[in-house]
Design a protein around this ligand. Structure first.
Ligand code: ZN
Length: 412
């Protein structure tokens, strides 16, 4: 019998009375998520290993830089190599030689974003990304939502496929991550209010079906490590819809929550607070696809526990380097003969062994090691930032740490 999944809060942010929750409440906390593959001390950053890999970086190096948990994508792993393969190989963690906790997202985002046909990512800080990163390669609408699920054309070979609540949960059970997510409908900020309402109800119906299928498969697959199911909350920028989603999803038998969907950057903290007002305190909350340093602080302060983002790795491959003093591009000519590390004082493997001049050279020659070295630094930056935020909550200096970090990073 494997360890059960549970969540224990270590410390709450002090109440200053001017938080964004009801009555000025601040929902931020530090905590520990216990999974069959070990613990996650939160707030925590979760690097994204979409295809069961961080592009260019071995799992051993991710462990060394301090990552506690990796998030893979059910849709991509379903397309290749197929969930049966991963199941037969002993599950996601074993397959990729990562003995620590794993998450998979439901595939809803990937399937539904085929339908949008324009921006793949709806609430993202787009600086540092190439055009291909933010604009779908094919503007043809490739996904169609109905009551039961989503029809779409495979981006791999154009064949007709279908995703639904039951299909997504079946795939995620076979992949075998410690935390899996309900299949939700992703809306965009440009959808009208009436569609958001309709979609919210559909997402709730899908979540109920996900829970039922999850319970059935948990019973059927007894003896496998327990997988926790997180319910995903939609509702775009609307307070009443966000609160309603939180009440609906928390009425179900779920182990935690995913804060998803279209979010306008400037109210991300407020949305997390509305949701946290309605959710039970004793279950973890994952903020899906966060994009920037200030967003992470807003998410933590308002009750987010874990955060995933593809940006550090994606930016690294384009030469964009995160530092405490902001982001810069190391491929610029100014770094041709620069013997400094990517960031002064950084203790990551790259910064303790390599110079800017060398990393710049590799990136400009499109040598794979260039991406590897830059990615190690950027992933370390975010993992370490969340470690420092956690320490600041536990040491009761969160407000000072937030202010000084944001001032340095954004230069104000
Ligand atoms: Zn570094």
């Amino acid at each position: 019998m494997s360890e059960p999944f549970y969540f224990s809060i270590s410390k709450r942010l002090p109440q200053s009375g001017n938080g964004l929750g009801k009555g000025g409440k601040r929902h931020g906390r530090s905590a520990i998520i216990h999974t069959p593959h070990g613990v996650i001390r939160t707030p925590a950053f979760i690097p994204v290993a979409t295809q069961a890999a961080i592009k260019g970086v071995l799992p051993e190096k991710m462990e060394e830089l301090g990552a506690q948990v990796l998030l893979s994508n059910a849709f991509h792993l379903h397309e290749r190599p197929g969930e049966e393969v991963i199941d037969e190989m002993g599950g996601l963690g074993k397959f990729m030689n990562w003995p620590h906790p794993t998450y998979t997202d439901s595939g809803g985002f990937q399937v539904l974003s085929l339908g949008a046909g324009f921006k793949k990512v709806l609430a993202m800080d787009t600086a540092g990304l190439s055009k291909e990163d933010i604009v779908a390669q094919n503007s043809e609408r490739r996904a169609f939502v109905d009551e039961d699920g989503v029809d779409f054309k495979s981006p791999l070979n154009g064949s007709k496929e279908r995703f639904s609540a039951e299909i997504s949960i079946g795939i995620q059970h076979k992949i075998g991550a410690d935390v899996i997510f309900t299949f939700d409908e992703l809306t965009t900020l440009v959808d009208p209010r009436s569609y958001q309402e309709e979609s919210l109800e559909r997402t709730f119906r899908w979540a109920k079906r996900c829970v039922a299928e999850h319970e059935r498969l948990t019973e059927e697959r007894k003896g496998k490590p327990y997988q926790a199911l997180f319910g995903v909350l939609q509702g775009a920028n609307y307070e009443d819809l966000r609160r309603k989603a939180a009440r609906q999803i928390s009425s179900l038998n779920v182990d935690g929550f995913g804060i998803g969907g279209a979010i306008e950057k400037k109210i991300l903290g407020q949305i997390c607070a509305w949701i946290a007002d309605e959710l039970p305190e004793d279950k973890p909350r994952h903020v899906l696809g966060i994009a920037a340093v200030d967003d992470i602080f807003a998410g933590v302060e308002n009750g987010g526990d874990t955060f995933d983002c593809v940006l550090p790795a994606r930016c690294a491959r384009n030469g964009a380097i995160y530092t405490r003093l902001g982001r810069y591009n190391v491929t610029r000519a100014a770094f041709l003969k620069d013997s400094m590390p990517l960031e002064e004082g950084c203790r990551c493997y790259t910064c303790t062994h390599y110079s800017r001049a060398y990393v710049r050279h590799l990136l400009r020659c499109r040598e794979m090691n260039g991406s590897t070295l830059a990615t190690i630094h950027n992933e370390h930056f975010f993992v370490h930032l969340l470690d420092e935020i956690r320490a600041s909550i536990e040491g009761e200096y969160f407000d000072e740490f937030k202010e000084s970090t944001l001032r340095r990073f954004y230069g104000f």
